[in-house]
Design a protein around this ligand. Structure first.
Ligand code: SAM
Length: 281
């Protein structure tokens, strides 16, 4: 059943009051669709949902997980990761440090993809990797670094593309440096060295500010801004610009691009945006 705009507004205001999570500037279309699904799945009216949200913080986190879309993959969009491997990360070969923030990372596959590339390029020791998401449940998954079978074959396809691995034996030898595959249990498990590297924190891009209190060389925020309305997207671009170092790189998802006042502050290369530094001509 289609939900009325007033009901949506009532619900997003209630969520904001209870938790501080602010969905009021999310794109109304996708937010309404998610809420309609939640009400149908849980067999609740809007008012009943609000009562339950007041009663339990765990339930609230569960609903936040349902509202936000958590789809992700190891080396999702492998062509992008090839560009990161060949063009972006090598820029840091002669620098002392490289700081990377994955905003809205979901369960961490994107963070580990980056760590694997950094290791392959010999940059891992000077890298600081930060990952955040609004949802504590996906952060817990990220910390464990264990992922389900359903996606193993996709992950391996992506992996083989990024590293140009032609056969199974070559692929296994390569990925076993980073994770083990248990075909019987249907899981892949990342090695301890990988999961110990990143710093994960809960963060809400709408009003969270810079929780890591440092500036970044790379900010990667993919497939999150599509859920924001234009005004909130512009606010986020402004925020990213502020906390990127000169010549830093902002990486967005395939269907996201900078618009509005921030367009002139970055040089666009497909889904990569290079911040124009002081010396940019
Ligand atoms: C579709 S996933 C994208 C994951 C990953 N970046 C990728 O592209 O594979 C979007 C993620 O953004 C998170 N998210 C949604 N709203 C957020 C907000 N206001 N602040 C931080 N993260 C948010 C969701 O919890 C979800 O994990």
């Amino acid at each position: 059943m289609e939900i009325k705009v007033e009901e949506i507004n009532k619900l997003s205001t209630a969520i904001k009051d209870i938790s501080g999570y602010d969905f009021t500037d999310y794109s109304i279309k996708s937010f309404s669709r998610r809420i309609e699904k939640i009400l149908a799945d849980y067999k609740l009216s809007t008012d009943q949902l609000i009562v339950k949200l007041h009663q339990s913080r765990d339930f609230l986190e569960e609903i936040v997980r349902e509202i936000t879309v958590n789809t992700t993959e190891l080396f999702r969009d492998p062509e992008l990761w090839i560009v990161i491997k060949n063009d972006i990360l090598p820029r840091f070969t002669n620098k002392d440090s490289i700081k990377i923030w994955h905003v809205g990372m979901s369960s961490g596959q994107e963070v580990y993809s980056m760590i694997i590339l950094l290791n392959e390029l010999g940059l891992i020791d000077k890298a600081e990797i930060y990952g955040s998401d609004i949802n504590t449940l996906v952060i817990d998954d990220a910390k464990k670094g264990i992922y389900r079978f359903r996606i193993i074959t996709d992950y391996l396809d992506n992996y083989n593309k990024v590293f140009d691995l032609k056969d199974k034996r070559q692929s296994k030898k390569h990925y076993e440096k980073y994770f083990s595959v248990d075909w019987l249990k249907g899981i892949i498990k990342l090695k301890k060295g990988l999961i110990e590297k990143p710093i994960f924190k809960k963060h809400d891009l709408v009003n969270g500010g810079n929780i890591f209190e440092t500036n970044f060389d790379i900010i990667i925020c993919r497939n999150l801004l599509i859920y924001f309305n234009q005004e909130l997207q512009n606010k986020s671009f402004y925020f990213f610009h502020q906390i990127l170092n000169d010549d830093g790189v902002l990486i967005l998802g395939a269907h996201e691009s900078i618009m509005g006042g921030m367009v002139t502050k970055f040089e666009k290369r497909d889904n990569l945006y290079l911040k124009k530094g002081k010396n940019y001509v």
